[in-house]
Design a protein around this ligand. Sequence first.
Ligand SMILES: [Cu+2]
Length: 346
Amino acid sequence: MKFASLAALWTAGAAVATALPAKPEDEPTKCTNPEKRLSWHDISDEDKKAYLAANRCLLTSPQKLNLLPGAKTRWDELVSLHQIHALQIHTTGQFLPYHRYYLKVLEVLLRECGYEGAIPYWDETRDAGKFSSSVIFDPVTGFGGSGQGSGNCVPNGPFANLTVNIGPGFSFEPRCVNRRITDMFSAQTGTQYVEAALNHTNYVDALDGIYSGPHLLGHMALAMMDGNSITSSGDPLFFMHHGFVDKMWADWQARDEEKRLTEIAGLNHQDPDIGFSEFPGGVEDESAMWGKPGAELLAVTPDPAFGDDGPDLTLNHVMSSLGIIPNATVADVMNIKGGYLCYEYV
Ligand SMILES: [Cu+2]
């Protein structure tokens, strides 16, 4: 097990992370009036345009933290968080809680750009097998269409001709917002595939069913930001897909709240002997594709066991956004109507 030696690498990062509050400063209040997260299909054109405009605003606003390597825009800072945490939040127990927290980070950032509504998500079951004809890719009231030619830059819509400076992988190369749609893969975001994932009765199996099923196939169908797992959040569409992923977890939890609102398991960091499980060759394949985080990234990377006693993820685990919003524990995000969070998917 190389975990201990790897953990030592994060000592410098932990110093940065522990300087931030370990918990939200206000005690969570009761959730009495949850915000409604609606599917893109079900919101008004006016609300679609407001949401897209606020995303575009973040892509064109300067960075604020003066901390995150390579970040030039506020959007870059959001993408950087995903890059910095990539080896902690994919194929690990943290995948679902961290991405739930990450959606909240987006929500708070959108407030800076005047967006006050609930964030929407994309009910991909309605477009399974035919992503390319979805209304979500509308050039006026959507995210723009599929890229073409070298670079696969989004050809139209609010994100055409915009640049992301974080990625691919652990590098920092300015690229256009890009994606490429493949309908065949999108079939596996359909209801029967979602149901297969949600039929599992313990967290680890449900997590794997969601991760390796509709989550991964959705990514393959969209190939956002060169299809790069580490920095795919450069495309604002990422958060619509991950709202869908978060809804799957929430739906699974709702089937047995007594057990599943506190059920967490898995590692808090990728086992370096295994690595990204979607690549059969493991971490060596992944490293060959995207490299490894360099010293400047490691210097700001929180301890993967922050709040835990070792490599096993617990409810006490502290998730960081490196100061964009206060840190939160896994326990804080277990219940989407628990107080720290207060929303529901409809
Ligand atoms: Cu991710």
